[in-house]
Structures are given as C-alpha cells and as structure tokens.
Design a protein around this ligand. Structure first.
Ligand code: GTB
Length: 218
C-alpha cells in the first residue's frame, strides 16, 4: 500500500531538516519503506481538505490505505510497530527493551522538546518583545537542565538504550532544533550523539529528499 506524507511546499528553513516531516522521512528510510510526498502550502494547510487529515492544520500527515495519521510521535510509532528496524522485537530476548525504547520516544517529545520549542519561540518569534531579555535566559536555563540530565544519562554510550531505536531517532530530531542556539556545544556527548544520528545513511537520504524539494523551487 502506498504511503503518502505531507510536507511544506516551501519550508521556512529552506529544507535543512528542521521541519517535522524529516523525522517521518527518516523513520521510513530506516525501515526501507518507499513513500510519496504531497507538498502543502501554508494556506492549504488551513483549508478543509487538509484539516480533515490534520485537525490543527499542520504538517506532516501520514496516509496509508484507509489510515490517516497526524502527530509525528504517533506516525513514527506506527512505522516502528509495523516494520522491523526501529524497536527491539519482543523475541529479542529482552522483552523490556521495546518498552524502554518507546519510553525514550515519549521522553523526547514530552520532556526534552517542550523547553526547546519554548526557547525557539522566545528567541526568534518573540525576540523583539520588551520582556525577551529577561525571558530568554530563564528558558535557556530550563533547556540546559534537560540537556545536562540527558547528557548524564547518555554518558559515553552511542545510543540511549542499547542499539539505535525510534527513541534515538526522536531524541536526535528534537536536539536538531536546539543546535543553532549553541547550547548543545556545552554537551559534547550530545553533540556527538546528534552527529551519529545525522551520519546514518537513512537520515542522509531523508535530509537530501527534503532539501531537494526546497532547492528545486527557488
Ligand atoms: N506536534 C506536532 C507533530 O509533532 O507532528 C507538531 C507539528 C508541527 O509543529 N508542524 C509544523 C507546522 O505545520 C511544521 S514542523 N506549522 C505550520 C502551522 O502550524 O501553521 C515545525 C517547524 C516549522 C519550520 C521550521 N523551520 O523552518 O525551521 C522548523 C520547525
């Protein structure tokens, strides 16, 4: 069955991997599933046809037969559940490993990503507000707390819990959003972790496909 995802017709970052279709593309590349991409303009995202797929008028979405999904957490989890390669199998001998990998997906989305998004908002979208000078350091401190904790847990391991999993895919995707702030530089093991994620051939294919769409249209 054909898999179709949606992505920005014109990504604000020029297709440099920051929009969230990247993590879905990456997951599909990791498990070797071909997919098609439907490009959506900012206006079309808020129109009824897209809202029927995504109630919040965003990308990415995921369609496969009569299944339509939104939310990258749900989409990547669905891909990982149905194809080998992103979650330890129940039969691998450690039944708990799969549950722990899923826990890292939730940790990335619920615990690490929120302060990072808050920082992006405070610095970029609200950076010109009179209170930004006071707010940005507060939010930065919250991001630092999470990076420090994550760094301590990762230690000198390659991945968060044994072999690379959907938990790492999601955590690396989240860390991508904080790199431009410079905060990641203070946590060399996290910077190296992100670089390991980006060095995966599946990530490189996902990145190249997103970039190609955006550069072809300039
Ligand atoms: N929780 C949802 C999920 O994980 O799927 C969030 C989805 C979401 O934020 N989608 C964004 C969107 O559609 C695109 S990824 N925004 C349009 C809107 O809300 O109207 C966020 C994003 C956009 C652009 C950049 N960039 O260019 O740097 C980075 C991240």
């Amino acid at each position: 069955m054909t898999i179709t995802i949606t992505a920005f017709e014109r990504s604000p970052d020029g297709g440099k991997g920051l929009a969230r279709d990247t993590r879905v593309r990456w997951a599909l590349e990791e498990v070797g599933q071909p997919y098609e991409v439907r490009l959506v303009s900012f206006r079309a995202m808020k129109e009824p046809a897209h809202l029927a797929l995504h109630p919040f008028g965003q990308i990415p979405t995921y369609e496969e037969g009569d299944l339509a999904l939104f939310e990258t957490g749900a989409i990547v989890f669905h891909i990982a559940q149905h194809h080998a390669g992103l979650l330890p199998a129940h039969s691998d001998g450690d039944a708990n490993a799969r549950a722990r990998a899923i826990t890292w997906m939730f940790a990335a989305l619920n615990t690490v990503e929120p302060p990072i998004l808050e920082l992006v908002t405070a610095r970029i979208f609200e950076g010109d507000k009179p209170w930004a000078k006071e707010r940005v350091p507060l939010v930065e401190a919250r991001v630092r707390t999470r990076l420090e904790q994550l760094s301590a847990r990762l230690g000198d391991a390659d991945w968060l819990d044994g072999a690379f999993s959907a938990g790492d895919l999601m955590m690396a995707s989240v860390l991508l959003r904080v790199r431009s702030s410079g905060l990641l530089d203070d946590y060399p093991n996290l910077a190296a972790y992100l670089a390991r994620g980006e060095a995966r051939p599946a990530y490189a294919r996902a990145f190249a496909a997103q970039l190609a769409i955006n550069t072809a249209r300039q």
